[in-house]
Design a protein around this ligand. Sequence first.
Ligand code: IMP
Ligand code: MG
Length: 170
Amino acid sequence: MIKKLISEKEINSKIKELSNTLYQEYKDEEVVFICTLKGAVFFTCELLKHYKGDARLEFLRVSSYSGEKSSGKVELNLSISEKNIKDKNVIILEDIVDTGHTLKFLKGYINDMSPKTLKIVTLLDKKERREVSIDADYSCFVIDDLFVVGYGLDYDQKYRNLPYIGVIQK
Ligand code: IMP
Ligand code: MG
């Protein structure tokens, strides 16, 4: 059974608000949004549907081989061409920041391609789980140390299609 933690309505209204905040920052400057697969897919679609500015869309895929505990080893599975990043305003869209290892890797990877600006935006943030000191520029929701699923997030590739964020009840 899944217990609902954040409703679809709450999520979508927060994302819409964030989309407007980002537009106020960048106005008519081009922004390259990077969706980190697979978890950030729903978040990316909802954010971009409401974004009023000049938006481009790219995809990245990383996986972390963590087992029970995060080892901090992050591997790139789908890369981005440097010409799409260099001298551009870039925003990385993440589903959730947990230990911070993935985000640290992503930030380094994109920064090496010399973007004009770089910001990190995440749907969920488990602040108390951080192992490396790194933060997103915007988090829609800060949550407790719970394993959540839905709205793109999975447990063993399941539950991504739930329209809300929930917690699996044992
Ligand atoms: P980090 O490197 O520990 O920050 O892990 C980030 C990645 O772990 C996320 O992008 C997710 O793919 C996964 N993850 C962390 N916490 C959760 C969770 O509660 N539910 C689903 N996936 C999670
Ligand atoms: Mg992820």
